[in-house]
Design a binder for this molecule. Structure first.
Ligand SMILES: Nc1ncnc2c1ncn2[C@@H]1O[C@H](COP(=O)(O)OP(=O)(O)OP(=O)(O)O)[C@@H](O)[C@H]1O
Ligand SMILES: Nc1ccn([C@H]2C[C@H](O)[C@@H](COP(=O)(O)O)O2)c(=O)n1
Ligand SMILES: [Mg+2]
Length: 214
């Protein structure tokens, strides 16, 4: 395997935080808040796949069908899309949303990108609330229908929980209660303990940090 970590600017530390949670738990919503407070480039695995679907290629059609069924796309495809987006961004700090979704995703990332996440933010939300949010989202997503939602929940239970357990064992998991209003959830995302971590990772000077986080 080629060591892709060498493709990033030499001598630059690349910072990665994974943001995971069930479908509709609020990953995208919280990532937008993190970006506006602390910087980082937000890469949503689902959004990258939806872009790929627009390409009208054989691979795009295959991804479209899998997403419509609520299934996961082969890991190599999503990892390569992530790598491409990371390199194209020119940034060195990334929030990767909706990834890893299963152990295969995690292993492919470790083989291909090889940049250990600093920590993994888990947005913990009840199934009833996630379902309610998805059904009210109204963004025209092909997979926001009851049948696909049911499948997405199953995939989360069966495939993503082992990933959560893996990072918990490693002491890398930071869990927030995602059942409350977005601003309340964000209070936890940037609470005393995590705020320090975000600031250190963002590498912002103190004055700028105070202005942007208050
Ligand atoms: N804390 C919250 N309370 C109520 N509604 C929320 C909250 N967070 C997000 N939402 C709304 O719920 C919907 C799903 O949120 P979002 O798209 O951020 O979730 P997601 O985890 O990225 O979902 P997916 O896995 O399907 O991409 C959106 O309409 C969003 O505006
Ligand atoms: N690592 C990933 C991330 C996403 N997908 C597919 C399957 C998901 O149901 C869909 C939508 O993702 P979301 O926008 O809800 O994060 O994309 C995948 O196969 N692998
Ligand atoms: Mg999302």
């Amino acid at each position: 395997q080629k060591d892709w970590s060498g493709s990033f600017p030499s001598g630059k530390k690349i910072t990665v935080v994974f943001v995971i949670g069930g479908p509709g738990s609020g990953k995208g919503t919280q990532c937008a808040k993190i970006v506006s407070h602390f910087g980082f480039t937000h890469l949503s695995a689902g959004d990258l796949l939806r872009e790929e679907v627009k390409s009208d290629t054989e691979q795009g059609t295959m991804i479209k069908n899998l997403m419509h069924e609520g299934k996961l796309v082969p890991s190599e495809i999503i990892v390569r899309l992530l790598l491409k987006a990371m390199l194209a961004s020119g940034n060195d700090k990334f929030l990767i949303d909706g990834f890893p979704r299963n152990e295969e995703n995690r292993e492919a990332y470790e083989k291909i990108i090889k940049i250990e996440p600093e920590f993994v933010l888990l947005i913990d939300c009840s199934r009833e609330e996630m379902e309610r949010r998805i059904l009210h989202r109204n963004q025209g997503r092909d997979d926001d229908n009851m049948e696909t939602i049911r499948r997405r929940f199953e995939v989360f239970q069966q495939s993503t929980l082992p990933v959560i357990q893996h990072y918990e064992k490693m002491g890398k998991l930071r869990r927030v209660d995602g059942d409350r209003q977005p601003d309340m959830v964000f209070e936890d995302v940037k609470d005393r303990r995590l705020r320090l971590l975000w600031r250190l990772l963002a590498g912002k000077p103190r004055q700028q940090r105070e202005q942007s986080t208050n």
